[in-house]
Design a binder for this molecule. Sequence first.
Ligand code: TGC
Ligand code: FAD
Length: 406
Amino acid sequence: MQDNGNSNGVVNKSAREDRFQGHDYYNIDELLSDDHLLARDAVRSWVKQEVSPIIEDYANRAECPKHLFKGLGEIGAYGPSLPAEYGCGGMDEISYGIIMQELERGDSGIRSMASVQGSLVMYPIYKFGSEEQRKKYLPKLATGELIGCFGLTEPDHGSDPGGMITNIKDDGDAYILNGAKMWITNSPVADIAVVWAKDEEGKIRGLIVERGMKGFTTPEIHGKWSLRASITGELVFEDVRVPKANVLPNVKGLKGPLSCLSKARYGIAWGAIGAAMDCYDSALRYSQERVQFGKPIGQFQLTQKKLAEMITEITKAQLLVWRLGTLANAGKATPAQISMAKRNSCNIALQIAREARQIHGGMGITNEYPIMRHMMNLETVLTYEGTHDIHLLITGMDVTGFNAFK
Ligand code: TGC
Ligand code: FAD
C-alpha cells in the first residue's frame, strides 16, 4: 500500500486506514441491549483488525480469504441465534442481525461466508435434520472446522426454484442424485452441501452431500465483477450415491429451502445497511476533508443533499430492521415482512454507494476507498436470495392477495 499523496491532494495512507465510525442518528442504540452492543463492538473490532487491512487486496485478486473461515467461527458468526447445545451462539435475532451488519460493513462477501454457513447450512440441519445429523454436523460447522454450502439455484431455475430438475431416485439404503446447481457461494471450498432435489413423486427434499462422494464435483465460477472476495461455484451430481441417513427427514416441499431463505434474507436486511453505513461514513469524511473552490465540498448544498438523503435512508432502514428483529424474536416476523426489509436495505445501500461514489469524485472509483467494492458487491446482494423485483412481487402479493407468479 502506498502512503504518499496522490494528484487529488488526498493522502492515501489515511484513506487506507479503516476510520469507520458508527452512525446512529435516531439514538437507536438505546433500543439495543448490552449484549447487542457487546456483539456489535466485538465484531466491529474483528473486522477492523482482520478484514479491512486485507479486503481490497483479496477483492482485487478475486480471491477468497479462506483463512477467515476459522476466525468467523471464533467470533460466533456462524448460527449466532441457533441453540448453544450444538455449539452455536444461543443469541437472539437482533444479535444475529447486528453481527451480519458489522461483517457486511467490512465486505458483503465476508457476510456471505457467514450467512450461508449459519442460515443456509446450519439452520436447515437444525430445523429439518435428525438429532444424529445435528450432533454430527452442527458443532463442527459452528467452529468453521467444516464449511458448508447451499444448493438451490440451477442454470435454468433461479427465481423459480420450484421448477428444479435436480432429482433423486430410490436405490435401497441410498438415493441416486443427478443434476446441477449454479451460483453456489462457497461450493469449491465446501466440505458439505445442503442440496435440494426432487424425489420420484416430484417432492423437494433436502440432502447433505459430502465432498468425496463419487460423482460429486464443485467447479469454480470465474469472471465475477461482484463479490470478488467470495468464492462461487457449481455443484455437479452424476449418479451420486447419497445414503438415506443424509436426507433431512423433517421437511418436504419448496417451503423447506424457502424457510432457510427467510432466515438468510433477514440477515441480509441487516447486513446491507452495514455496507451503506461504510459508504456514508467514508463520503461524510471525504466531504469534510476534500477542498474545491476554496472550501470543503461538504459546504456545497448539493453534497449536503446527498449526505442528508443517505443518513435519512440509513436511519429508516435501521428502524425497519430493528422492528423486524423484535418481531423475529417473538416468532412473528412473516416471510413477506422479511422480503420488504431485504429489498429495502439492498436498494438503499446500492443507491447510497452510488451517491457516495460521486462525492468521492475520481477517487471513488479506486480501491483507496471501499465504495466501488461495496457498490459492485451490492449488485449481487440485490439479486441473490431473491431479486429486487421478486421481493416487490412478494410484497405485492401480500397486500393485494393476487399472486403474480402463477
Ligand atoms: P409458492 O407456491 O409461493 O410457495 C411454496 C411453499 O413455500 C412456502 N413459502 C415460504 N415458506 C417459508 N419462507 C418463505 N419465504 C416462503 N415463501 C413461500 C409457501 O407458503 C408454500 O408452502 P406450502 O405449504 O403451501 O407448500 O412458491 P412459488 O414456486 O410460487 O415461488 C414463489 C417465489 C417466487 C416467491 C419463490 O420461489 C422465491 O422466493 N424465489 C426467489 C428464489 C431465491 O430467493 N433464491 C435464492 C437462492 S439461495 C441464494 O441466493 C443464496 S446467496 C447466499 C449468500 O451468498 O449470502
Ligand atoms: P433469473 O431468475 O433468470 O432472473 C432474471 C431477471 O428476471 C431478474 O431481473 C428477475 O427479477 C426477473 N424475473 C424473473 N422472474 C420474474 C417474474 N416472475 N416477474 C418479473 N421479473 C422476473 N443460489 C443458491 O442456491 N445458493 C447460493 O449460495 C447462491 N449464491 C449466489 C452467489 C452469487 C454471487 C450470485 C450472483 C448468485 C447466487 N445464488 C445462489 C443464485 C441467486 O439466488 C440467483 O442468481 C437469483 O435467485 C436470481 O436467479 P437468476 O440469476 O437465475 O435470475
